[in-house]
Ligand binder design. Structure first.
Ligand code: ADP
Ligand code: MG
Length: 282
């Protein structure tokens, strides 16, 4: 892996987004004129754990080119203050914004997206990696086209960040909405947390809002731990089939040991090869 100390091979452009730990900027590789998304992570956030971060980056680099729906890490370098990770540039925006613009997804379109994302999740899991931060802000479209490929971004580093995340949660992070019960209970946070998050994402796709929305992060956490959600208000769920609801219910199984694996979730009948349009009773 190239490990130059000066990131002078790129010219940075506009800011594409920012998350909890990083700013992501458009970057042009000067020699080739190719565009990338460059994630700039301040080293202060990982004090004492740089070694773990580098290991994780190596893993990320190795696996990220193996699945068409995982953003590829192309380059990595650092300065004394920052780490720079250069990924495929996704120009189609976040799934989050598309859901908000549409209100919600048609069930068959939602099923197609969920199937693609879960296939990539299953691939990541088979490689021994847990994403831990699946949510519509981290699912990006490769191009602005309506039928653009969906890409999983922002994974691999979250294991190292997990502790901070819990303590930051109530302060700056905002919503814990996609986190599985076992994360709050501190009883484990491995592969099943990604399947839980996919349950929340699916609910959001179908209804246009998330299942555990509450007035405060604390109330939200309590609702998650209790698995307290409903397919309500009814007007938002009238066009959603029982099979889709059953899929969400399976992913939102409180006990991680009883929750389906990513592969198991893919075998659910909602994701079976052709999902017919559900026509509700008149
Ligand atoms: P964080 O760990 O801080 O959440 P992310 O990797 O999620 O960082 O990036 C933050 C935001 O930057 C994303 O939500 C997205 O809007 C944008 N972004 C990240 N990666 C890319 C990419 N490869 N192409 C385009 N935009 C990106
Ligand atoms: Mg993110």
């Amino acid at each position: 892996m190239p490990n130059t100390t000066v990131p002078c091979q790129y010219r940075t452009g506009k800011t594409l987004g920012s998350g909890t730990y990083a700013i992501v900027k458009e970057a042009i590789h000067i020699k080739t004129g190719k565009y990338y998304a460059c994630k700039v992570i301040n080293k202060k956030l990982m004090e004492g754990r740089e070694h773990m971060v580098r290991n994780e980056i190596a893993v990320l680099k190795r696996i990220s080119s193996g699945n068409p729906n995982v953003v590829t890490l192309h380059d990595y370098f650092e300065t004394s203050h920052n780490l720079y990770l250069c990924f495929d540039l996704c120009t189609g925006g976040e799934l989050f914004d598309r859901i908000c613009a549409k209100g919600n997804y048609y069930e068959a379109d939602a099923a197609a997206l969920v199937r693609t994302i879960l296939t990539a999740v299953s691939y990541i899991h088979a490689a021994g990696i847990v994403h831990r931060d699946l949510k519509p802000e981290n699912l990006l479209f490769r191009t602005p086209a309506e039928d653009a490929d969906i890409m999983i971004a922002d994974f691999g580093l979250s294991r190292i960040m997990e502790e901070e995340k819990l303590s930051l949660l109530t302060e700056i992070c905002g919503t814990p909405g996609y986190m599985a019960p076992e994360i709050f209970l501190k009883t484990g946070h491995s592969k099943p947390v990604d399947v839980w998050a996919m349950g929340v994402v699916t609910y959001f796709l179908l209804a246009g809002y998330t299942p555990f929305d509450r007035d405060t992060p604390k109330a939200e956490m309590e609702a998650i731990i209790a698995g307290d959600y409903k397919f309500e208000p009814e007007e938002y769920w009238a066009n959603v089939s029982p099979t889709a609801r059953d899929f969400v219910r399976a992913c939102l199984t409180i006990d991680p040991e009883r929750r389906p694996t990513a592969q198991g979730a893919l075998e659910h009948k909602w994701l079976a090869a052709s999902t017919p349009h559900f026509v509700p009773d008149p």
